[in-house]
Design a protein around this ligand. Sequence first.
Ligand code: NAD
Ligand code: ZN
Length: 368
Amino acid sequence: MIPWIQFFFNLAGVYIMFVDQEVPDVVLSVNRLDGLETIFKRKDYSKCALIIDEAVHRSHGEELKRKLHQLKLPLLELVVKGGETAKTMNTASELWSRMSKTGIDAKSVVLSVGGGSTSDLAGFVASTFLRGIDTIYVPTTLLAMCDASHGGKTAVNLPEGKNLVGTLHFPKCVFISLHFLETLPDREFTSGLAEVIKHGVIRDKLLFCSLEQNMERILSRDSAILMPIIQQSYTIKRDILAEEEQGKGSRRLLNFGHTFAHALETATNYALRHGEAVGIGMCLAADLSNKLRIASSSFVDRLKRLLLKASLPIKCPVVDVEQMLSLMQQDKKATFDSINLILAKDIGSPIYMPNVSRDALTWVLKPT
Ligand SMILES: NC(=O)c1ccc[n+]([C@@H]2O[C@H](COP(=O)([O-])OP(=O)(O)OC[C@H]3O[C@@H](n4cnc5c(N)ncnc54)[C@H](O)[C@@H]3O)[C@@H](O)[C@H]2O)c1
Ligand SMILES: [Zn+2]
């Protein structure tokens, strides 16, 4: 069903479910938390460990708990810091201990309520606790609605680098309600737009054009335009994952801009939001595509114009090039002694580029 039609069904209070074996169901609600309780009724859970971002807890915690109490499930509340600081083995270890002490068992469910940092952490904790218990995600940032909640990747950071420890553990369901976006700070909102733009570049020219045409309405958080864009964005990710299941090796396309981004996040000690780093990483990948004569300069300009329109940074901060190269080498997509990247020929036309030379990378990372 095309996103607009789905959206109008939603306005009428109908929930759209995607039932798929490989990837989780997505439940969309435009009316606050309506429908959240139905997800829990699909399975006979014994307890619920609510892992919730502290900022979300402040603004939405009471409403959420009122809803969850209707389920009459014993509830363990675990409030975690937002952002990268919580994505650590220490926090994971504290959560495992508290879950263990309060009798969270194999039939319990972990409910993650927060952005991508919270779901990465909560997913990691759930996937390793008692050899893995179910998760349900309630994303509260644009980035998590469009991207991080879909795909099953969980992670914590190490001092040596971002996302270096993690698992693949799909949530049973992702519940998306736009009302969480009402309290999301502007910088976090625009950070999420970077992943939507990425989905446009790697797969969907129409989505990219729609972002170009509607950026003002998107930035004003007009739900009539946001809902189809969120749906289109995660659908692209889900399609790519489904192709991966068929052995097409598509998953790596999602990495466009990310090898640069993860290294930048670590090198700047997470001063950049993930989406901001992805935006800069996409610019670097586009510059490199142009330098290697894969893409025209008009593609590079068009991508940068859209990122600017979305209020995202496009200029790489001054970084130690050697440190960046070594961090990129550590990235999970790197193989022995070589850095492999996703570059792009044009909007909607990504290309896998193995063994990118150090000279080319140094050229693109050097301040101009
Ligand atoms: N697993 C994946 O496939 C995947 C994909 C993309 C990104 N990620 C990860 O996601 C993380 C970034 O996630 P993010 O951008 O969602 O940010 P986040 O989870 O780090 O949250 C950003 C900030 O927004 C606050 N916040 C969250 N929701 C709010 C709300 N509704 N109202 C007010 N404040 C709110 C948080 O407290 C935090 O300070 C990165 O660690 C990235 O690596 C994972
Ligand atoms: Zn990302």
